[in-house]
Design a protein around this ligand. Structure first.
Ligand code: GCB
Length: 606
């Protein structure tokens, strides 16, 4: 065999192996981690010089696998030609989107290379994972010049097994992050939010024992307050293990033995437990251990179900006093940077007397969901199946399904999460029904203990607003966006509309709203004024409370947010102004209208 052929075979085996990803580690923050957050050097690469050779062949698929920027080459002698240099390049904060960190990058959509150096001291008998909370959108990841793999999807975590690939001493990781919008991706080219690029969530080097607890689900069984059900999944060298689940404050100790695939179902009775709810966000320490590995999680226990037009939380009717929000900080440009920012957002929701938030339009970070657990806010989680997806492309479907699965895998132990949303305002067609129907079934197959929903669209006939999207049959809630008084009609005429709802299920309105520039005051008929928005909220509440099955709402939206689609130079200036809180953190008049309504609903549903 000649050397070139050998090289090709080696490259093929390497490439095939490098794409296989281990099951996502449950509860990453409970592990032994080295944070790789901090300042990463970056190179802007609009022509993807660092990825393709001059014939547009990817370097990382060449016989040697090298030649790209991920080699992080240094000039060894003065005659050597190298046309990039990470050491001399500027830095970006990670986690952090690039758009908000450099004026040059505000509107940038394309590839950027990021490099971080770190010290490691890998031990025998341990496994190591390189974990990314999220990279928007397509990430190619290299460790010490070798490709680990790639990941698509801007809001879900991923990891690579780097056992045996770390060196003692200095290592370097290089990521090519590409946020180019493409028709066949999830989301597609058209969205109403900023396409923040980069490594937007934590990067961790995680150490686990060679035989480790990879995943688990410890939750109440479907509609059953007296039973905990779920599974544990071992991975690594010894799959069949004795696993103990210990919930000291509930007086529970259970032992199971995993099978040869590392899996064991768990199912045991609950004697006395204090159920999680917004009024009582009780979390229990849940300790899961084997001879070699041990993890402690904080888990709440509650049931959620629908019965006719009711939503029952722990068996009791509840009204979802909600608000929608994006993963974006209105005060400091960019994505929410960490717990402080997240607490601010959820605290605002609480000030409005919310018990529920819609985390639109894509998975928010794990920390956000954990905070919601702790602060007592129920959560609607969503995947970015938004507007005009390529319904007929099987790769697009697989991508959507993967993002939904990764979300459910990550958040399935969070009591705050009560709804999995499979998409937003997707236009009706047969291929779309098939696509969305499959997603709904997938969500249920992964987790039967939560509600499955989507933000649907309505259509109008005269003054009738009709809700009869056939997808509604497959969902637990009648949820739809309606923009009476803003995109159709106006803030006074809107009261003539009547809702005709074709399903006997709880109605939870996912969106309504109006833009108001904070501090701009005029009469109620003047667009962009706080008064217009205020009247619209008053009238929406009149209109919507006429729906007998109304059991909740998440108006659009908690705070103003940035969107390249919002072009009015004075009122918008690239901001969607539908926030009830302005870009300076000031509450607009409509905030208090909604709060007053929620105070009433709280009394009614006591
Ligand atoms: C919608 C979308 C949301 C937009 C909003 C608006 O229906 O779901 O993403 O931002 O309307 O402001 O138009």
């Amino acid at each position: 065999m000649n050397t070139r052929l050998l090289f090709l075979i080696a490259a093929f085996i390497y490439a095939a192996g490098s794409h296989a990803q281990e099951p996502l580690l449950q509860h990453i923050y409970g592990r032994k981690n080295l944070s790789l957050d901090g300042r990463w050097n970056y190179i802007i690469d609009p022509y993807e010089m660092g990825y393709y050779d001059y014939r547009h062949e990817p370097h990382d698929q060449s016989a040697t696998g090298s030649g790209g920027f991920y080699d992080d080459r240094k000039q060894k002698d003065k005659g050597e030609l190298i046309e990039y240099n990470f050491d001399l390049s500027p830095t970006l904060k990670v986690p952090g989107d690039w758009n908000s960190q450099s004026e040059k990058l505000q509107f940038y959509e394309g590839s950027i290379w990021l490099r971080q150096k770190f010290n490691a001291d890998p031990q025998a008998g341990k496994r190591y994972f390189l974990y990314f909370g999220a990279v928007n959108y397509e990430a190619h990841v290299y460790l010490n010049g070798k490709k680990l793999g790639m990941h698509k999807g801007g809001f879900t975590p991923f990891q690579f097994d780097v056992t045996g690939k770390l060196v003692k001493g200095e290592n370097f990781v290089v990521v090519k992050a590409d946020n180019t919008r493409k028709q066949d991706e999830i989301p597609t080219v058209n969205t109403d939010w900023w396409n923040y690029g980069g490594i937007t969530r934590d990067v961790l080097l995680t150490e686990v024992p060679d035989s480790y607890i990879a995943d688990y689900k410890v939750q109440l069984a479907k509609n059953n307050p007296n039973k905990i059900e779920g599974f544990v999944q071992m991975a690594g060298t010894a799959l069949s293990q004795t696993v103990t689940i210990f919930i000291p404050e509930a007086g529970i100790t259970q032992t199971v033995t995993t099978d040869n695939n590392g899996r064991a179902a768990i199912s045991f009775p609950v004697k006395k437990i204090s159920y999680w709810s917004p009024e009582n966000p009780r979390l229990y320490n849940v300790e899961i251990s084997t001879a070699k590995d041990k993890l402690t999680d904080q888990i709440g226990f509650r049931t959620i179900e629908t019965k006719g037009q009711e939503i029952l939380l722990n068996g009791k009717p509840v009204f979802l006093r909600g608000i929608s929000l994006h993963d974006e900080n209105p005060l400091i440009p960019g994505r929410l940077r960490g717990q402080g920012d997240m607490r601010m957002m959820l605290q605002w929701a609480k000030e409005m007397n919310c018990n529920y938030v819609r985390l639109a339009h894509y998975p928010h970070s794990e920390e956000m969901i954990r905070l919601a657990d702790e602060m007592g806010l129920m959560v609607w989680g969503e995947v970015p199946v938004y507007w005009t997806i390529s319904w007929l492309n099987p790769d697009t479907y697989n991508n959507a399904e993967k993002q939904l699965s990764d979300l459910i895998v990550r958040d399935k132990n969070r009591s705050s999460v009560i709804v999995w949303s499979i998409g937003n305002e997707t236009p009706l067609s047969e291929p779309r029904h098939t696509f969305m129907g499959k997603l709904a079934a997938k969500a249920r197959s992964l987790d039967d203990t939560r509600l499955v929903a989507a933000a649907l669209e309505v259509h109008r006939e005269g003054h009738d607003v009709i809700v009869n999207d056939p997808l509604g049959e497959k969902l637990d809630l009648v949820s739809f966006n309606e923009y009476a008084g803003w995109y159709w009609s106006n803030s006074t005429d809107m009261l003539n509309y009547k809702f005709k709802i074709g399903f006997n299920k709880p109605v939870v309105i996912t969106e309504f709203g109006a833009d108001a520039l904070g501090g701009f005051h005029a009469d109620e008929e003047t667009r962009w004024s706080e008064e217009y928005q205020e009247l619209l909220y008053v009238n929406q509440i009149k209109m919507l409370t006429a729906i007998p099955a109304l059991r909740g709402m998440t108006p659009w939206i908690l705070t103003d947010f940035r969107s390249p689609r919002r072009q009015h130079p004075y009122y918008q200036d690239f901001w969607n102004r539908k926030g009830l809180i302005s870009e300076t953190g000031k509450k607009k008049k409509a905030f208090f209208v909604l709060k007053a309504f929620y105070d009433e609903m709280q009394k009614k549903y006591k």
